[in-house]
Design a protein around this ligand. Structure first.
Ligand SMILES: Cc1ncc(COP(=O)(O)O)c(C=O)c1O
Length: 406
């Protein structure tokens, strides 16, 4: 079958796909490592990785081989039966998280968080009575788009359209321990946080914050849930973002990078917390099925062999240093290879991101004034140099920056 043209793809999409996304004018059809190709054969450097998903790059041969072999062997069996791969993935994740935990597999970040919230309610009500089901999270957070994870997401403008949302969710200011302490009454079963707020603008938790939250959770008998959907699996320069701090959460969720592009999410919990779930309490048809688990096992195997957290930390330092030297960028923040470049006053991020795309660099405007860069963790120095040079050229173009950069 011939590859459809860009115009064919857009027309078919408009006629048949729910129009919930404000899409950029490009249709990618192929990728290899850090490089993507569009329907016209044009080459792009992918410094977004499908929003921190393809951490090993596109079409990684080890993942592709594992998928092809699994597809020919056994695609799916119900969770009513054992499958050989799921516990192997769970054992690897448990080891990377420090051990003594159990894992539930889901299909996405929102579903991993949904599991964490249900588990926290079950645990809270078992230990603190029927009223202990409230979850506290932070303004600026993002935890998903299901009704429950939207209720946990600290972005009122996203919530407004879908009221009424499930009850039992409240938000406090991010990085403000006093605000959290004031909100933490005996109804609270869990505090849910991202170690770096990703969608909220790449905002790292300040030093000492997670440790203070941990102490507060211990004192008030609430669980600490760490949403590592975007930060997990090497992205920040550690296996998990919380590992930069001295705080150990009770529950950790992840998704994006786990299957290097194959949808799979996971919720890990300390064994005694996980025991609050009884058989029948939670389930999903596809979660941890053989194909997704094969992708995750291959992804984790390559990630460990390549020591991706160390590579992400080193490449992140080089990328941050290069970005900081670009005229038009006034601040660079983040951790590892989850980075935001804050633009000089007066420069809007959206037209800059659009022009980068037009010139062959994929990144996104994570706030109206900041660009997000999240390249594959195996990104090379040459690719970093090429991307930064392209971005610098865009920022030097007065037709894009509205008057030029001082
Ligand atoms: C921190 C965080 N949690 C949850 C989600 C939701 O994940 P998904 O889109 O896979 O449902 C995201 C997605 O961006 C995220 O960044």
């Amino acid at each position: 079958m011939p590859t459809p043209t860009y115009d064919d793809i857009v027309a078919l999409d408009a006629a048949h796909v729910m129009q919930t996304y404000g899409r950029a004018p490009v249709a990618f059809v192929r990728g290899e490592g850090t490089v993507l190709y569009d329907a016209d054969g044009k080459r792009y450097l992918d410094f977004l990785s499908g929003l921190a998903v393809t951490s090993l790059g596109h079409a990684h041969p080890a993942v592709a081989d594992a998928l092809a072999e699994q597809a020919r062997t056994l695609l799916h069996v119900s969770n009513l039966y054992y499958n050989a791969l799921q516990p192997q993935v769970a054992a690897t994740l448990d080891r990377l998280l420090g051990g003594d935990g159990r894992v539930f597999f889901a299909n996405s970040g929102a579903e991993a968080n949904e599991c964490a919230i249900k588990l926290a309610r079950r645990h809270g009500q078992a230990n603190g009575g029927a009223e202990r089901y409230h979850v506290l999270s932070a303004y600026g957070s993002f935890h998903g788009r299901t009704l429950t994870t939207l209720a946990a997401t600290g972005q009122p403008q996203k919530q407004e359209t879908f009221q009424p949302l499930p009850t039992g969710f409240r938000q406090v200011a991010f990085a403000d321990v006093d605000a959290l302490a004031a909100a933490m009454d005996e109804r609270v079963c869990a505090v849910m946080l991202e170690p770096v707020q990703g969608e909220g603008g790449v905002q790292p938790a300040p030093p000492g914050y997670l440790e203070a939250v941990r102490a507060l959770c211990d004192e008030r008998e609430a669980l600490l849930i760490m949403d590592e959907v975007q930060t997990g699996l090497g992205r920040t320069g550690a296996w998990f973002g919380f590992q930069h701090s001295g705080a150990r959460p009770d529950v950790v969720t992840m998704a994006k990078a786990l299957g290097n592009g194959v949808p799979i999410g996971a919720c890990w919990a300390r064994a005694d917390v996980a025991a609050a779930f009884k058989p029948g309490d939670h389930a999903t048809t596809f979660g941890g099925q053989p194909l997704a688990a094969a992708a995750a096992l291959a992804t984790l195997t390559v990630m460990e062999a390549e020591a991706v957290p160390t590579r992400a930390a080193a490449a992140g330092q080089r990328l941050c240093a290069a970005l900081a030297a670009v005229p038009g960028i006034v601040d660079v923040r983040g951790a590892g290879l989850l980075i935001a470049a804050e633009l000089a006053p007066g420069i809007e991020a959206r037209p800059v991101a659009d022009e980068c795309l037009a010139r062959g660099l994929v990144l996104n405007a994570v706030t109206p004034t900041a660009l997000r860069l999240a390249p594959p963790l195996l990104v090379t120095d040459d690719e970093i140099a090429e991307a930064v040079a392209l971005l610098a050229a865009v920022l030097a173009d007065p037709t894009i920056t509205g008057g030029g950069v001082q």
